[in-house]
Design a protein around this ligand. Structure first.
Ligand SMILES: [Zn+2]
Length: 158
């Protein structure tokens, strides 16, 4: 997914009525795994697909959630932690449409994806932008815009 992680977190936060720090956790968590792009471009010189870094590996998040959630379960941070891990899971699911995620790691390091986007253009990004799966991203943006305007109309934009 190229562009719609941020609005996907916004949509999920709005749909669930999350507010304040929980809503912020949804927004941050929705984009957080892509922080590895900094390492990908500025340190690793694009040596491997950035979905192979640990922040895009479901097993890493499963371990972190299995430690964090029980600790926070009885605290006031429970909903924040739940929201955070849900949007992380959503990020990985959305990246599975055309990008691929190592859902079976550490047992299998294959990038699992629903659709293979063929390199039809000379620049890889145009192959993704012109592929039918990009319509899904457009729909997420439209839905986020709808939710924003709906809130604005009702004076509930935060
Ligand atoms: Zn990602």
């Amino acid at each position: 997914m190229l562009t719609a992680h941020l609005p996907s977190g916004y949509c999920l936060g709005k749909i669930n009525g999350w507010r304040g720090p929980v809503f912020a956790a949804a927004i941050v968590g929705a984009v957080l795994p892509d922080i590895d792009l900094l390492f990908f471009y500025f340190v690793d010189d694009r040596a491997i697909h950035h979905h192979r870094y640990w922040v895009h590996v479901p097993f890493f998040w499963a371990v972190l959630a299995s430690v964090t959630l029980p600790v926070l379960w009885t605290s006031r941070y429970r909903l924040l932690a739940i929201a955070f891990f849900i949007v992380i899971l959503m990020h990985l699911a959305l990246d599975s449409i055309g990008g691929g995620i190592m859902w079976l790691a550490p047992f299998n390091t294959e990038l699992v994806k629903l659709v293979t986007v063929q390199p039809t253009q000379s620049l890889w990004i145009f192959s993704f932008l012109l592929h039918w799966t990009f319509l899904f991203e457009v729909l997420i943006w439209i839905f986020a815009g709808y939710l924003y305007l709906k809130d604005r109309r009702h004076g509930t934009v935060r």
